[in-house]
Design a protein around this ligand. Structure first.
Ligand SMILES: *Cc1c(COP(=O)(O)O)cnc(C)c1O
Length: 350
């Protein structure tokens, strides 16, 4: 069979030859001793890009989020977030098992987009100070919101909800694994997206194509605490400049091209929505994630999304069933227009 076309995730991207070259010639030291110049350069560059005092290079987005929690809460505190957030859904319960926090959900029922929480929804979730209740400490949002379909926070909602969180005495963390895509889709700079949040994480190994790495960005004091906790978790890395060089290369070369991924996702959504096996609104696609809901007919005739995932895989299109009724397709650096065309052709044939 022809090579499968991999639309499972933007994490499948491999470093480009030019990125590998930048990695090979990276100057390195021992970053636990703070003597790796390339890691320091990446952290300084990123802090400046996001308009914050400091940044910390970490192995994964999961660790960046966990460190944001550990640095801004104590055991027994409460985190307020959305029920479909990555921190709750996909991080092995680290907020509870490692940080000792509980989570209270904030709903999105008064927002047209999934995962976007209004100030009012946050107000409704916050309980008054009372000895019965855990102490609310941290509010977290996700931009773009993965399980919400890769949607972007509208700037006015972002400002309003974060301002309310701060007035309420909460710290605010943004899970910005795909914040680069959010900035590209809204057409604002990264500093504007980070302005109303105390800390923000950003992933280098998704749309930007790095082999490894995320960043946690924020004020100096919080990042200093996170650096200590990173060592505690075993995330202190020695000659990490080789990895940081990939990050610096990606920030320099792979940010502007994200519009291509978004355009391809839009094209894919439009084409898929015309097939009888799908039933979704293609205009809901805002970035590089296409959440394609199966039609009742497709499920009845063949099976749920997990069955369809297997069928598509057998036909040369790799994707993920996100739930029983929805399949996720992700566009990324390693795909071009022809591969998207070919993927649609194969899906149509199936
Ligand atoms: C991928 C992702 C993360 C972190 O993932 P890692 O695999 O640990 O790097 C965090 N948040 C969101 C929204 C993500 O999509």
């Amino acid at each position: 069979m022809n090579q499968p076309i991999d639309l499972r995730s933007d994490t499948v991207t491999r470093p480009t030859p030019a990125m590998r070259k930048a990695m090979a010639k990276a100057e390195v030291g021992d970053d636990v001793m703070r003597t790796d110049p390339t890691v320091i350069a990446l952290e300084e560059r990123t802090a400046a890009l996001f308009g914050k005092q400091a940044a910390l290079f970490v192995p994964s987005g999961t660790m960046a989020n966990l460190l944001a929690i550990l640095a801004q809460t104590s055991a027994g505190d409460e985190i307020l977030t959305h029920s479909e957030s990555h921190i709750f859904y996909y991080e092995g319960g680290g907020y509870a098992s490692i940080a000792g926090c509980s989570i209270k959900f904030v709903d999105d029922s008064d927002s047209p987009k999934s995962g976007i929480m209004s100030a009012n929804a946050l107000r409704n979730a916050l309980r008054p100070s009372d000895i019965h209740f855990p102490i609310p400490k941290l509010f977290t949002i996700e931009n773009t919101h993965n399980r919400g379909g890769g949607v972007v926070w509208p700037m006015d909602s972002l400002k309003e909800t974060c301002a309310f969180a701060k007035e309420s005495g909460l710290r605010v963390h943004t899970d910005g694994a795909r914040v680069w895509n959010a900035a590209c889709a809204v057409g604002v700079d990264l500093a504007s997206l980070a302005e109303d949040t105390d800390t923000i994480s950003a992933c280098l190994s998704k749309g930007l194509g790095c082999p490894v790495g995320s960043l946690l960005i924020g004020d100096q004091e919080t990042i200093d605490i996170a650096r200590h906790k990173r060592k505690m978790l075993g995330g202190g890395m020695r000659q990490a400049g080789i990895l940081a060089a990939a990050g610096l290369y990606a920030i320099g070369h792979h940010l502007d091209r994200l519009t291509e991924d978004h355009d391809r996702a839009t094209k894919m959504a439009n084409d898929l929505a015309e097939l009888p096996i799908f039933n979704f609104d293609p205009t809901s696609v805002e970035t590089n994630l296409v959440y394609a809901k199966l039609s009742a007919q497709a499920i009845e005739a063949v099976g749920d999304a997990f069955v369809w995932q297997g069928k598509l895989e057998a036909g040369g299109v790799l994707c993920y069933a996100e739930s029983v009724g929805t399949i996720r397709f992700v566009t990324h650096l390693d795909l071009d227009d022809e591969m998207i065309e070919e993927a649609i052709k194969r899906i149509r044939a199936i």
